[in-house]
Design a protein around this ligand. Structure first.
Ligand SMILES: C[S@@+](CC[C@H](N)C(=O)[O-])C[C@H]1O[C@@H](n2cnc3c(N)ncnc32)[C@H](O)[C@@H]1O
Length: 291
């Protein structure tokens, strides 16, 4: 990814990663195989997330900083030790971030008729990795809409925008339920040149509204059909729910008339490790009409 992030190893339900030289040991339920690296290497972790049935907590060495600024190839991300064991980044999305940057660089084609700016929606957007990628590629040619149901994620994204000096670009940060927001955009007649969606298996939005991928996926795709600009557009869909296969994601994208099945690319999202085990973490399907 960059020399400032490295997956050192994974196995036995754990992952060992180095962020800017800070070694962190956290959970990875999908890593069912034995660890590859020695106990001595795993013991170099400066921070460890412990999850038992009763409680979850981070154990930090006194030398471990509370925040880490991670330099990726194209932008910076602020990492923190969240109580849920997350750090504010899904490194397996790096392959999509590179692709989003390429799409958004195709500025002249990514024009919305009657609007000088291309409208891109990043939904279920968390701390903004894909939003930063789009802005790194398209800068002032984009109107970026970043949406997440969690206020904490939106505040974290604001910090990431400031860190990258992207706070002066046309970006709306929206705390809202995804379906509710999309229905409103359809009613307003709005459309998007780019859709970036990474829906979780389960979620909760304001007012206790629940999100269930297996229940809500068809409705999500129907709304996407109404919101995706037919020409000069792109769509990235990813998913970490093992219930879905790459073929399923491809079929979901194919429900949109503008998208021809043969033009859809599907990939496994995998974090490679040089000396340890690779970590598979989800799948993706993507399509672009920008050449
Ligand atoms: C898997 S994370 C997305 C990671 C992100 N794509 C990235 O690469 O950094 C899922 C996100 O969906 C959000 N979420 C859950 N339910 C939601 C809903 N109903 N509407 C909008 N966002 C929701 C969560 O708050 C969480 O930030």
């Amino acid at each position: 990814m960059t020399n400032e992030y490295e997956l050192l190893d994974c196995g036995e339900g754990r992952r060992l990663e180095s962020f800017q030289g800070i070694v962190i040991d956290r959970v990875a339920p999908q890593a069912k195989w034995p660890k590859k690296l020695s106990k001595e290497i795993w013991n170099t972790a400066q921070a460890k997330f412990i999850k038992t049935q009763g409680e979850s907590l981070w154990e930090l060495n006194p030398q471990c900083p509370e925040n880490i600024t991670l330099r990726l190839d194209d932008f910076l991300m602020k990492l923190r030790f969240s109580p849920q064991g997350q750090l504010g980044i899904y490194p397996e999305q790096n392959i999509n971030w590179k692709w989003i940057i390429q799409q958004c660089k195709k500025k002249s084609k990514l024009k919305f008729p009657g609007n000088p700016l291309s409208r891109i929606l990043n939904g279920f957007a968390y701390t903004g990795g894909s939003t930063l990628a789009a802005l790194a590629g398209g800068k002032e040619t984009l109107e970026m809409i970043h949406l997440d149901a969690s206020k904490a994620s939106i505040n974290w994204t604001r910090d990431n925008l400031l860190l990258n000096h992207f706070d002066n670009l046309a970006t709306s940060l929206v705390v809202e339920d995804m379906i509710k927001f999309m229905q409103r955009e359809v009613n307003r007649g709005n459309r998007f040149n780019g859709l970036i969606l990474d829906p979780p298996a389960f979620g909760r939005a304001k007012g206790g509204k629940t999100w269930k991928l297996q229940r809500d996926f068809p409705e999500l795709m129907k709304l996407c059909t109404k919101l995706l600009q037919e020409e000069n557009s792109f769509f990235v869909l990813s998913c970490h729910d093992p219930f879905y296969t790459k073929k399923d994601l491809k079929e979901m994208l194919s429900t949109i008339p503008a998208i021809k099945s043969k033009d859809i690319e599907t990939l496994d999202l995998v974090i490679p490790s040089e000396k340890g085990n690779d970590l598979p973490n989800g799948i993706t399907a993507r399509w672009s009409s920008l050449k």
